[in-house]
Design a protein around this ligand. Structure first.
Ligand SMILES: C[S@@+](CC[C@H](N)C(=O)[O-])C[C@H]1O[C@@H](n2cnc3c(N)ncnc32)[C@H](O)[C@@H]1O
Length: 195
Protein backbone atom coordinates (compact mmCIF):
# COMPACT_ATOMS: atom_id res chain seq x y z
CA UNK A 1 0.00 0.00 0.00
CA UNK A 2 1.30 3.45 -0.86
CA UNK A 3 0.87 6.60 1.23
CA UNK A 4 -2.33 7.52 -0.60
CA UNK A 5 -3.91 4.14 0.13
CA UNK A 6 -2.93 4.42 3.80
CA UNK A 7 -4.37 7.95 3.92
CA UNK A 8 -7.67 6.59 2.58
CA UNK A 9 -7.67 3.75 5.10
CA UNK A 10 -7.02 6.13 8.00
CA UNK A 11 -9.63 8.61 6.75
CA UNK A 12 -12.28 5.88 6.53
CA UNK A 13 -12.57 5.22 10.26
CA UNK A 14 -12.19 6.87 13.62
CA UNK A 15 -9.24 4.85 14.85
CA UNK A 16 -7.80 2.05 12.70
CA UNK A 17 -5.60 0.77 15.53
CA UNK A 18 -6.11 1.23 19.25
CA UNK A 19 -5.43 4.18 21.49
CA UNK A 20 -3.50 1.79 23.74
CA UNK A 21 0.06 0.73 22.94
CA UNK A 22 0.73 -2.62 21.33
CA UNK A 23 1.02 -5.25 24.02
CA UNK A 24 4.57 -6.29 23.08
CA UNK A 25 5.79 -2.73 22.79
CA UNK A 26 4.43 -2.06 26.27
CA UNK A 27 5.80 -5.23 27.86
CA UNK A 28 9.24 -4.99 26.25
CA UNK A 29 9.80 -1.29 26.88
CA UNK A 30 8.09 -0.59 30.20
CA UNK A 31 11.36 -0.90 32.12
CA UNK A 32 13.64 0.90 29.70
CA UNK A 33 15.09 4.19 30.97
CA UNK A 34 13.48 7.02 28.96
CA UNK A 35 15.58 8.92 26.41
CA UNK A 36 15.08 9.84 22.75
CA UNK A 37 12.81 7.49 20.80
CA UNK A 38 11.92 7.10 17.14
CA UNK A 39 8.65 5.39 16.20
CA UNK A 40 9.12 4.61 12.51
CA UNK A 41 5.84 4.05 10.64
CA UNK A 42 4.03 5.25 13.74
CA UNK A 43 0.52 5.31 12.26
CA UNK A 44 -1.88 7.04 14.63
CA UNK A 45 0.84 7.08 17.24
CA UNK A 46 -0.45 4.66 19.89
CA UNK A 47 3.09 3.55 20.75
CA UNK A 48 4.68 6.97 20.33
CA UNK A 49 2.14 8.59 22.66
CA UNK A 50 2.56 5.84 25.25
CA UNK A 51 6.33 6.35 25.21
CA UNK A 52 5.99 10.14 25.43
CA UNK A 53 3.72 9.78 28.44
CA UNK A 54 6.42 7.68 30.10
CA UNK A 55 8.97 10.45 29.72
CA UNK A 56 10.49 9.68 26.33
CA UNK A 57 11.27 12.47 23.86
CA UNK A 58 9.53 10.95 20.84
CA UNK A 59 9.65 11.42 17.09
CA UNK A 60 6.77 9.68 15.30
CA UNK A 61 7.33 9.28 11.56
CA UNK A 62 4.89 7.96 8.98
CA UNK A 63 4.24 8.63 5.29
CA UNK A 64 0.49 9.04 5.89
CA UNK A 65 -0.38 12.63 6.77
CA UNK A 66 -3.89 11.52 7.80
CA UNK A 67 -2.40 9.11 10.35
CA UNK A 68 -0.11 11.79 11.73
CA UNK A 69 -2.96 14.28 12.06
CA UNK A 70 -5.01 11.69 13.94
CA UNK A 71 -2.03 10.98 16.17
CA UNK A 72 -1.62 14.65 16.95
CA UNK A 73 -5.27 14.77 17.99
CA UNK A 74 -4.94 11.64 20.10
CA UNK A 75 -1.82 12.96 21.83
CA UNK A 76 -3.54 16.11 23.08
CA UNK A 77 -1.09 17.93 25.34
CA UNK A 78 1.47 15.12 25.17
CA UNK A 79 4.49 16.38 23.25
CA UNK A 80 5.44 14.24 20.23
CA UNK A 81 7.36 15.36 17.14
CA UNK A 82 5.23 14.24 14.16
CA UNK A 83 7.14 13.88 10.89
CA UNK A 84 5.82 12.91 7.49
CA UNK A 85 8.53 10.74 5.97
CA UNK A 86 9.21 7.58 4.03
CA UNK A 87 10.64 5.02 6.43
CA UNK A 88 12.82 3.54 3.70
CA UNK A 89 14.62 6.89 3.39
CA UNK A 90 14.80 7.90 7.03
CA UNK A 91 18.15 9.52 7.60
CA UNK A 92 18.89 10.75 11.11
CA UNK A 93 22.00 8.80 12.13
CA UNK A 94 22.92 8.13 15.76
CA UNK A 95 20.11 10.30 17.13
CA UNK A 96 18.00 7.92 19.24
CA UNK A 97 18.25 5.61 22.23
CA UNK A 98 15.30 3.59 20.99
CA UNK A 99 13.77 2.84 17.60
CA UNK A 100 10.39 1.12 17.41
CA UNK A 101 9.11 -0.43 14.19
CA UNK A 102 5.66 -1.88 14.77
CA UNK A 103 3.66 -3.73 12.12
CA UNK A 104 5.36 -2.09 9.17
CA UNK A 105 4.16 -4.03 6.13
CA UNK A 106 6.68 -3.77 3.31
CA UNK A 107 8.11 -6.16 0.75
CA UNK A 108 11.62 -7.43 1.49
CA UNK A 109 13.77 -4.77 -0.24
CA UNK A 110 11.82 -1.87 1.29
CA UNK A 111 11.67 -3.61 4.67
CA UNK A 112 15.43 -4.03 4.62
CA UNK A 113 15.91 -0.32 3.82
CA UNK A 114 13.55 0.76 6.61
CA UNK A 115 15.11 -1.56 9.19
CA UNK A 116 18.60 -0.43 8.34
CA UNK A 117 17.45 3.18 8.60
CA UNK A 118 15.98 2.43 12.03
CA UNK A 119 19.23 0.76 13.11
CA UNK A 120 21.30 3.70 11.78
CA UNK A 121 19.17 6.11 13.78
CA UNK A 122 20.38 4.51 17.01
CA UNK A 123 23.27 5.60 19.16
CA UNK A 124 25.60 2.81 20.27
CA UNK A 125 23.82 0.96 23.07
CA UNK A 126 20.46 1.97 21.62
CA UNK A 127 17.58 -0.51 21.37
CA UNK A 128 15.74 -1.56 18.23
CA UNK A 129 12.36 -3.17 18.80
CA UNK A 130 10.52 -4.65 15.84
CA UNK A 131 7.10 -6.24 16.07
CA UNK A 132 5.38 -7.42 12.91
CA UNK A 133 2.94 -9.96 11.56
CA UNK A 134 4.85 -13.24 11.35
CA UNK A 135 4.96 -15.20 8.10
CA UNK A 136 3.46 -18.20 9.90
CA UNK A 137 0.38 -16.16 10.79
CA UNK A 138 -0.96 -16.75 7.30
CA UNK A 139 -1.46 -20.48 7.86
CA UNK A 140 -1.43 -20.81 11.61
CA UNK A 141 -2.79 -17.55 12.95
CA UNK A 142 -5.57 -15.07 12.41
CA UNK A 143 -5.97 -11.58 10.95
CA UNK A 144 -3.19 -9.41 9.60
CA UNK A 145 -2.23 -8.92 5.97
CA UNK A 146 -2.89 -11.88 3.70
CA UNK A 147 -0.08 -11.00 1.30
CA UNK A 148 2.93 -13.19 2.21
CA UNK A 149 5.31 -10.64 0.69
CA UNK A 150 4.71 -8.19 3.55
CA UNK A 151 4.98 -10.78 6.32
CA UNK A 152 8.31 -11.67 7.89
CA UNK A 153 10.11 -13.84 10.39
CA UNK A 154 12.65 -12.89 13.02
CA UNK A 155 15.26 -14.61 10.85
CA UNK A 156 14.39 -12.29 7.93
CA UNK A 157 14.84 -9.27 10.17
CA UNK A 158 18.21 -10.44 11.47
CA UNK A 159 19.30 -11.18 7.90
CA UNK A 160 18.36 -7.63 6.85
CA UNK A 161 20.86 -6.36 9.42
CA UNK A 162 23.38 -9.20 9.29
CA UNK A 163 26.49 -7.14 8.52
CA UNK A 164 25.85 -4.70 11.37
CA UNK A 165 27.04 -5.02 14.98
CA UNK A 166 24.34 -5.80 17.56
CA UNK A 167 23.39 -8.08 20.43
CA UNK A 168 20.10 -9.93 20.14
CA UNK A 169 17.93 -9.84 23.26
CA UNK A 170 14.95 -11.53 21.68
CA UNK A 171 14.25 -12.93 18.21
CA UNK A 172 11.30 -15.20 17.63
CA UNK A 173 7.60 -15.67 17.27
CA UNK A 174 5.11 -14.46 19.87
CA UNK A 175 1.39 -15.13 20.15
CA UNK A 176 -1.34 -12.56 20.67
CA UNK A 177 -4.85 -13.66 21.69
CA UNK A 178 -7.61 -12.48 19.40
CA UNK A 179 -10.79 -13.84 20.92
CA UNK A 180 -10.34 -17.62 20.98
CA UNK A 181 -7.67 -17.49 18.30
CA UNK A 182 -3.97 -16.64 18.27
CA UNK A 183 -2.32 -14.11 15.99
CA UNK A 184 1.39 -14.79 15.43
CA UNK A 185 3.80 -11.89 15.45
CA UNK A 186 7.53 -11.82 15.09
CA UNK A 187 9.44 -9.88 17.70
CA UNK A 188 13.05 -8.80 17.48
CA UNK A 189 14.75 -6.79 20.17
CA UNK A 190 18.39 -5.92 19.75
CA UNK A 191 20.96 -3.48 21.05
CA UNK A 192 23.37 -1.67 18.76
CA UNK A 193 26.96 -2.51 19.54
CA UNK A 194 29.93 -0.18 18.96
CA UNK A 195 31.73 -0.75 15.67
C1 LIG B 1 -0.10 -1.47 10.27
S1 LIG B 1 0.23 0.23 10.44
C2 LIG B 1 1.07 0.27 12.01
C3 LIG B 1 1.07 1.62 12.64
C4 LIG B 1 1.76 1.70 14.00
N1 LIG B 1 3.15 1.33 13.94
C5 LIG B 1 1.04 0.87 15.02
O1 LIG B 1 1.58 -0.18 15.43
O2 LIG B 1 -0.05 1.24 15.42
C6 LIG B 1 1.53 0.44 9.28
C7 LIG B 1 1.95 1.90 9.09
O3 LIG B 1 3.09 1.95 8.24
C8 LIG B 1 3.01 3.12 7.48
N2 LIG B 1 3.92 2.95 6.34
C9 LIG B 1 3.89 1.97 5.42
N3 LIG B 1 4.91 2.11 4.56
C10 LIG B 1 5.60 3.22 4.96
C11 LIG B 1 6.76 3.87 4.50
N4 LIG B 1 7.44 3.43 3.41
N5 LIG B 1 7.18 4.96 5.17
C12 LIG B 1 6.51 5.43 6.24
N6 LIG B 1 5.42 4.86 6.73
C13 LIG B 1 4.96 3.75 6.11
C14 LIG B 1 1.54 3.24 7.13
O4 LIG B 1 1.17 4.54 6.78
C15 LIG B 1 0.90 2.77 8.44
O5 LIG B 1 0.65 3.87 9.28
Amino acid sequence: MDAHAWDERYAASDLVWSAEPNLFVASELADLEPGRALDLAAGEGRNAIWLARRGWEVTAADFSQVALDKGRGLAGETPVRWVRADATRWDEPAAYDLAVVAYLQLAAPERRAALRAAYDSLVEGGTLLLVAHDSSNLDEGTGGPQDPRVLMTAADVLEDLDDLPFDVLHAGRVGRSVGDLTAWDCLVRLVRRPG
